[in-house]
Design a protein around this ligand. Structure first.
Ligand SMILES: [Zn+2]
Length: 146
């Protein structure tokens, strides 16, 4: 009887059941330097030429803080999971990394494709991964939210 009551209560009063469940999004930022060129941009476009960026990546994880620790996830844990990907790209020509790894997303390394590549590469290891931000410059960035 009690179980039926609980189920009906959850169906009719879902907000009340969830009033203490407030998810938060935490972000860990990473920086690396790399060169790239965008082979699919129009002839003569400046982004077709090889050039470099000081990239900034935002890795966002969504979850409910643990009742005891008060955290969603240890930032150091995110760092350990993401670091190998940063090391793959830092001070390399991203297009060449993509060719070596047969990764079409890195062979045309737009911010959009980089963000998708980071997300796809991390989603299995980072449950709760919400989105990836890729900053090419201080004022231009992409956020990939599947
Ligand atoms: Zn660029």
């Amino acid at each position: 009887m009690h179980l039926i009551f609980v189920i009906l209560h959850r169906i009719y009063f879902p907000q009340k059941e969830n009033k203490n469940i407030v998810p938060v999004i935490i972000t860990k930022e990473f920086r690396f330097e790399a060169a790239h060129y965008l082979p699919n941009m129009p002839e003569g476009h400046k982004c077709r030429r090889m050039h470099g960026h000081s990239f900034k990546i935002g890795v966002k994880v969504k979850g409910q803080p643990d009742a005891f620790s008060g955290i969603v996830m240890d930032f150091a844990e995110i760092k350990a999971i993401v670091k190998p990907l940063i090391e793959m790209l830092d001070h390399y020509v991203i297009n060449e990394v993509g060719t070596e790894n047969n990764s079409p997303l890195l062979q045309n390394p737009t911010s959009e494709n980089l963000a998708k590549w980071f997300f796809e590469s991390l989603k299995e290891k980072l449950p709760g991964l919400y989105s990836i931000e890729v900053y090419e410059t201080c004022t231009s960035y992409c956020e990939y939210i599947p």
